[in-house]
Ligand binder design. Structure first.
Ligand SMILES: CCCCCCCCCCCCCCCCCC(=O)SCCNC(=O)CCNC(=O)[C@H](O)C(C)(C)COP(=O)(O)OP(=O)(O)OC[C@H]1O[C@@H](n2cnc3c(N)ncnc32)[C@H](O)[C@@H]1OP(=O)(O)O
Ligand SMILES: Cc1cc2nc3c(=O)[nH]c(=O)nc-3n(C[C@H](O)[C@H](O)[C@H](O)COP(=O)(O)OP(=O)(O)OC[C@H]3O[C@@H](n4cnc5c(N)ncnc54)[C@H](O)[C@@H]3O)c2cc1C
Length: 664
């Protein structure tokens, strides 16, 4: 029945002001209003329809993406959208496309690594999309090891040009999004060679295709790398392969903010750290943390609403069966994910602030916070994307069999999302960067160099190494100071234990290699502490709205206690808590699940997602799942005819043969 809200009872149970929570989730009233307006604009435009994606062939899918991206660009210009609005529009169109890399990596790479003159030349062209760019770093042979890239950029002083060349098969650029079929330009990372000397990897702006007919320029071989995981899904993106055969570019197309090559071929370094060449990755990792909270919240929204609609067992005297959300097992799987979505949202807001702060400092030649920014973006990218990828899959299972249908929206969300664990830095490789940062910090303890920012807890290392958790009753676990101290103690003890074990090796690099698995665990402990502490910090702020702060407090405790429960080995073996305190934490967790239960649907409504964006029959706002699931099935092209294509060739002969056999 149209217009009936099957989840109305659930919504009536809410103990907090949903409209105020929507503002907290969005980040501000302005962000909420903007997001609300743009999401409705996208949802109401038939050109942005996306429910047919799984049915399309790769070619149709890709062309469809080109059409949508062109339409989005047209609307952005017609409506004169601001950069913030345009980003939101692309976000709600919800289809990975070359434009993500153009705006998300090509433009930031030029901004971050280019000089003022380079900005003046290239940015206006890129802003108007008169050129379309991608970020060509990864090669067939090397992705994680950026210093191992093989493409060369050799300076020719005769002509004042660089010669870009792919010397081996493994030096072929491989993976860059938008490269395969669309980009006219790329920021290419290559080894800079002047006068026979290799100066390591630098960025260069290289034109790939003609601006007249889109054909590759001489010396360039370029194409798509082929079909990826899942139908539809990330196959809207033209991840590409690229080879150079002595392609010449003018000297001023090397991005020269960090280092320069003079007309005479002299290599000079600016007064800025070499790591700024990696700056675009720091930027995108920060964006990816924010994206994790959105992807996880989508899956959680679908699973929560559907868990309220779905009933199994427990009917008494012919009454309704139990809503599956009322099973403690369902809550134990779902509510920590709901809490994680909020936790990641808040930590991503903080990370955005950190990134902005670092950028402002860089402008003033203050590079002191760069290592911490790198460790935080790398670590949180790793932690949140791994948890989100696992969380989406868990949400699929929480929806039982129907979760496996494409119309649930979950298979496609999973397929689009999982590469986030790999792109922009493999998650294990990134955790090892955090571990290096931690080991450096521990080694400097007592040297007079104060640990600052997210690592400042290590200043209390002496106390944290020996403190005992004071929890005696389950309610004691609700104290933020108790949770913080336990997480700080665990992170410190794990890092210090690694450092002590490392010191047993004569060769530190050999020790590091041997202890990789422990180092990753220590890095995870540190990153989980950051997420918990930023949630607690958020709750210290003034949060208006009836019941909003209280329910967020429940989610914060669920996030922390669930992490504690899942990592009991760490907490108990490092002596941070006793097994008795562990079981009290579990008791508290169960009680928190009961408290969150009536608020569950309102908490996912607070994400303010349109049905278009969710793209899920199971997650529909009105909860009217069954008739729509039924209707959706009939839309499948297989149901276009009652007797399937192929019946006469393949089914009938078998049936006839069986008939003959039966007669014998
Ligand atoms: C896109 C947004 C669009 C918005 C719209 C939609 C939203 C959706 C979300 C986005 C979707 C994105 C689509 C997909 C994009 C994928 C793009 C890619 O994968 S692109 C390809 C991505 N590829 C990868 O991610 C490759 C991963 N690999 C790497 O990043 C590096 O090779 C490495 C870090 C692992 C090693 O580095 P290496 O130099 O060999 O060796 P060392 O370890 O010895 O480090 C030396 C020193 O440097 C320091 N430092 C290091 N990094 C940084 C940094 N970033 N900064 C500062 N510092 C840094 C380090 O701490 C150390 O310091 P110290 O101790 O000496 O003081
Ligand atoms: C969908 C998608 C989009 C992408 N888009 C782009 C793009 O636009 N531009 C671009 O340049 N690149 C892009 N990439 C490439 C991406 O950045 C790399 O794939 C990523 O950095 C991982 O590198 P790799 O493939 O070399 O993995 P590998 O390093 O080969 O990883 C293989 C395994 O080895 C392990 N490993 C590697 N090194 C270590 C180590 N030191 N210690 C312990 N374990 C290690 C890893 O944990 C992993 O398990 C994209 C990739 C994907 C999947």
């Amino acid at each position: 029945m149209a217009g009936v809200d099957y989840l109305a009872d659930e919504r009536n149970k809410a103990e907090f002001d949903v409209n105020e929570m929507k503002i907290v989730w969005a980040g501000s009233r302005h962000a909420f209003e903007l997001s609300d307006r743009i999401s409705r604009l996208v949802a109401s435009d038939p050109a942005f329809r996306k429910d047919n994606r799984p049915m399309l062939s790769r070619k149709e899918l890709f062309k469809n993406t080109l059409r949508k991206t062109a339409h989005a660009w047209k609307r952005i210009n017609e409506l004169r959208l601001t950069e913030e609005e345009a980003n939101k529009l692309r976000f709600y169109v919800d289809e990975p496309a070359f434009a993500d890399l153009h705006w998300g990596m090509f433009v930031p790479a030029i901004k971050g690594q280019g000089t003022d003159e380079q900005h003046q030349k290239w940015l206006p062209l890129a802003y108007k999309m008169q050129i379309i760019g991608c970020y060509a770093q990864t090669e067939l042979g090397h992705g994680s090891n950026v210093q191992g890239l093989e493409t060369t950029a050799t300076f020719d002083p005769q002509t004042d040009e660089f010669i870009i060349h792919s010397p081996t098969l493994t030096s072929s650029k491989w993976w860059p999004g938008g490269l395969g079929k669309v980009s006219t330009h790329a920021v290419v990372y290559a080894r800079l060679i002047t006068d026979g000397k290799d100066h390591g990897v630098h960025g260069f702006i290289v034109q790939l295709r003609s601006l007249d007919d889109h054909s590759p320029l001489p010396g360039i071989i370029v194409g798509d790398i082929g079909m990826k995981f899942g139908n539809g899904a990330y196959n809207t993106m033209d991840n590409g392969v690229l080879r150079f055969d002595h392609v010449r570019i003018p000297r001023n197309q090397m991005l020269m903010r960090v280092s320069q090559v003079t007309r005479e071929g002299k290599y000079k370094q600016s007064n800025v750290p070499r790591q700024l060449v990696y700056g675009t990755m720091v930027y995108v990792r920060q964006v990816i943390v924010s994206d994790a909270s959105y992807a996880l919240s989508r899956a959680v929204c679908i699973a929560t609403r559907y868990s309220c609609v779905r009933r199994q067992f427990g009917s008494q005297n012919g009454g309704a069966e139990t809503q599956v959300i009322d099973y403690k097992t369902q809550q134990n799987r779902l509510f920590p994910l709901l809490a994680s979505a909020y936790a990641f949202r808040f930590v991503s807001e903080w990370l955005k602030w950190l990134y902005t702060d670092v950028m402002q400092r860089l402008q003033a030649n203050d590079f002191s916070t760069l290592p911490e920014a790198h460790a935080c973006t790398a670590g949180l990218k790793s932690l949140t994307t791994s948890a989100t990828a696992d969380g989406i899959e868990e949400c699929r299972k929480l929806c039982g069999g129907h979760g496996y249908l494409c119309s649930s929206g979950l298979p496609e969300l999973f397929a689009v999302y999982v590469p986030a664990c790999t792109y922009e830095g493999d998650n294990t490789v990134l955790l090892l960067q955090v571990a290096r940062f931690l080991m450096k910090t521990v080694s400097q303890l007592g040297s007079g160099k104060k640990p600052v920012g997210t690592i400042s807890y290590m200043e209390q290392a002496e106390h944290l190494m020996k403190c005992r958790c004071e929890v005696q009753r389950a309610e004691d676990w609700l104290k933020p100071s108790v949770i913080l101290e336990v997480f700080e103690a665990r992170a410190t003890r794990m890092s210090v234990a690694c450092a002590q074990n490392l010191s047993k090796f004569a060769n530190p690099e050999e020790g590091f290699s041997e202890l990789l698995a422990d180092l990753v665990e220590a890095a995870i402990a540190h990153c989980q502490l950051i997420v918990v502490s930023k949630f607690i910090e958020k709750l210290r702020q003034d949060i208006p709205g009836k019941g909003v702060k209280q329910v967020l407090g429940m989610l914060c405790n669920i996030y922390a206690l669930h992490i504690l429960h899942k990592n009991l080995g760490d907490f108990v073996s490092t002596g941070c808590i006793t097994s008795k305190q562990a079981s009290l934490a579990n008791e508290q967790l169960r009680s928190l699940y009961s408290q969150v239960r009536p608020n569950a649907v309102a908490l996912v409504d607070s994400f303010n997602y349109t049905d278009h964006f969710l793209g899920s029959v199971l997650g529909r706002y009105d909860g009217n799942v069954y008739p729509n699931l039924y209707e959706e099935a009939w839309k499948d092209p297989l149901n276009d005819s009652v007797v399937p294509d192929g019946y006469h060739e393949y089914i009938r002969p078998i049936l006839k043969q069986q008939l003959r056999t039966a007669r014998l």
